[in-house]
Write a protein that binds this ligand. Structure first.
Ligand code: SF4
Ligand code: SF4
Length: 133
């Protein structure tokens, strides 16, 4: 999913004009991408004169920190505070959760490849697609 770097966006509106599905709006003079309506075409990335529409992979460190902050918040909850057994159980539960998320991603990637093998996607076109999603 492309995203907008708020520091780089000048609010020029070019991406709004070019988005095929109207998934971008202006909020406080900064472009906002609506993830639910975005069809991952990558056009906003290509047309932005400021390079403010960024690659999804750039957010990995931020998302990892966000996950860890969430776990820390849980651990600080009254239910867990001062109870080592509950804390250990939570840690194991969260590890199982993220392991499941990884398996979902891996299996989805396998299925995407199958879509291509079934002829649903032209392999030549797929290679040319902008890889920001
Ligand atoms: S094209 Fe780039 S700079 Fe212009 S509004 Fe969109 S994200 Fe911001
Ligand atoms: S990737 Fe395409 S659909 Fe999504 S916000 Fe950008 S231009 Fe719109």
């Amino acid at each position: 999913m492309p995203w907008v770097n708020n520091e780089m966006c000048t609010g020029c509106g070019t991406c709004i004009d070019e988005c095929y599905v109207g998934a971008i709006s202006m909020e406080d003079d900064i472009a906002f991408l609506d993830e639910d309506n975005c069809i991952r075409c990558g056009v906003c990335h290509d047309v932005c004169p400021e390079d403010a529409v960024r690659h999804d992979g750039e957010r990995i460190p931020e998302e990892v920190e966000s996950n860890l902050a969430r776990i820390r918040r849980f651990l600080e909850h009254d239910y867990y505070a001062g109870d080592k057994k509950r804390q250990r159980q939570l840690i194991e539960r969260m590890k199982r959760y993220f392991t499941k998320e990884r398996q979902v991603a891996e299996k989805t990637i396998e299925r995407i490849d199958i879509l291509q093998d079934m002829g649903c996607v032209n392999p030549t076109d797929a290679k040319n697609n902008n890889a920001i999603i």
